[in-house]
Design a protein around this ligand. Structure first.
Ligand code: CMX
Length: 441
């Protein structure tokens, strides 16, 4: 069988030739214009990055190498008797650009299992943090402690030709993906399960083994983890975690440093942390109402109160999407199949019917529909994973698949240091009054 690494290099050589041609023939073609508002308001809509692994359509949602989430759920290989895709398969797809067959995914599962050893100093570093440290801080710290294992950093220190960078990045990416479930499970068991740790089971798939190490043997939970790890993996290149990983990687920081940086962005409440905020928000609503299942009228009143208090409704809205997130829909379908009568899931569905019209009334919210984070917590609670501060770590383990596949592409394509131009408001005042000129530097 052709090695995945060799296959990746063949694909990369093909694409590099195409990109060379594009740049030669069209390097000075314009792809859009930048407005003053975009410069001040988060660079929305500026095409400024290339990310091979996935592409987002505002109305349809994410496609990974051309495949939508429903297509991935149907076409990616599954465990024997399972119905949800194996996330290793998605990693293969993002890296190589072709759907893998079952044998190729099994091979990748085996490679990841063999590379999953985490050195003791990583656990000791996590142990040095106070137990009340947020799991995302522990996770980022654990990843940074793992950086001692970077093959790229060692090779760079020894002095390598830039043509060889990609190979070391590839090895680091695979090693890091292999090790993350162990680091994440360690944090969970340390913080919430009296430091009682569970050894990995090398016979299981990557997500199944993660569920096992977290302490959940229910096949339903393992299936949920396979779905969860698939749908959270990538959302094109401009979101905070992907962009940060790419940006830091552009300084030739290795995969560990770059990914840890991306995770500090995922830990923000407007990005990945929203998944814990959703459950916190629903529990606070229930507490305020004295427990039980809130009616739609009570949910509406609580939404209005949240807005009146100057807070966002977590799990709703998106910087790019303009319709219900297909990642939300995939989780809703999973719930309808496996846990249609779950009380918390039914609250999530009632919130879905209540929130969008209220956000629409505000007149300023560009997308009133739910994003991925609106649903995920309720599914986890159903299977017993109630410790919501841990939820963003699950998101982070999954996000590694996309951002690390992208880092491999960055290095194999020789992407340069990222360095956009910034200006001051003083300069902007001169510019808008015709006293300064836009500069390309
Ligand atoms: N609740 C209340 N107000 C909201 C809102 C929400 N869910 N979503 C947007 N708005 C507000 C914005 O805060 C902004 O208000 P101001 O003009 O007063 O500052 C206004 O509507 C316009 O915002 P927008 O252009 O529609 O949205 P942005 O691109 O600026 O922000 C996002 C996108 C996700 C940060 C925002 O929708 C939000 O805060 N949502 C809640 C948090 C959340 O669920 N984040 C997770 C996103 C998915 C992920 O990355 O995991």
């Amino acid at each position: 069988m052709v090695q995945i690494k060799d296959k990746f290099k063949v694909k990369a050589d093909e694409l590099n030739a195409t990109v060379k041609e594009i740049l030669k023939e069209h390097g000075s073609d314009k792809i859009g214009e930048v407005t003053v508002a975009q410069v001040y308001q988060g660079m929305r809509g500026i095409t400024g990055l290339v990310s091979e692994t996935s592409l987002l359509d505002a109305n349809e949602g994410i496609r990974f190498r051309g495949y939508s989430i429903p297509e991935l759920r149907e076409k990616l290989p599954k465990v024997n008797g399972g119905a949800e895709p194996l996330p290793e398969g998605l990693f293969y797809l993002m890296l190589i650009g072709e759907l893998p067959d079952t044998e190729q995914v099994q091979e990748l599962s085996g490679i990841l299992a063999r590379r999953s050893h985490v050195p003791n100093h990583v656990f000791a570093t996590i142990d040095a943090l106070p137990i009340n440290t947020h799991p995302m801080t522990m996770f980022t710290t654990g990843v940074l402690a793992l950086q001692t294992e970077s093959l790229f950093a060692k090779a760079y220190a020894d002095g390598i030709n830039k043509k060889e960078y990609w190979g070391y990045m590839y090895e680091d990416a695979l090693n890091l993906i292999a090790r993350l479930p162990r680091v994440a499970a360690y944090i969970y068991r340390r913080k919430y399960k009296n430091n009682y740790h569970i050894q990995p089971n090398g016979m299981l798939d990557w997500a199944g083994n993660f569920a096992h190490m977290l302490g959940y043997e229910d096949e339903g939970f393992k299936e949920l983890m396979r779905l969860y790890m698939t749908i959270h993996a990538d959302h094109e290149g401009g979101n905070v975690s992907a962009h940060t990983t790419h940006l830091v990687g552009s300084a030739l920081s290795d995969a560990y440093l770059s990914f840890a940086a991306g995770m500090t962005g995922l830990a923000g409440p407007l990005h990945g942390l929203a998944n814990q905020e959703v459950i916190k928000w629903i529990l606070a609503m229930q507490q305020e109402l004295g427990g039980g299942t809130p009616t739609k009228e009570q949910i509406a009143a609580y939404v209005r109160k949240t807005l009146a208090d100057g807070k966002v409704v977590p799990g709703y809205g998106h910087a790019v999407l303009r319709k219900t997130d297909p990642r939300f829909t995939a989780q809703m379908e999973f719930a309808k199949k496996h846990l249609p009568d779950d009380a918390l899931v039914n609250i999530v569905w009632n919130v879905y019917e209540t929130v969008p019209p209220i956000l629409q009334e505000l007149g300023k919210v560009k997308n009133p529909w739910p994003n991925v984070d609106a649903h995920s917590g309720a599914l986890l609670v159903h299977y017993g994973l109630v410790e919501y501060e841990f939820y963003t770590v699950l998101f982070g383990v999954s996000r590694a698949l996309g951002v690390l596949a992208s880092l491999c592409w960055d290095r194999v394509m020789g992407q340069p240091l990222e360095r956009p131009k910034s200006v001051t408001s003083e300069w902007m005042q001169l510019f808008v009054t015709g006293k300064a000129e836009a500069s390309a530097e």
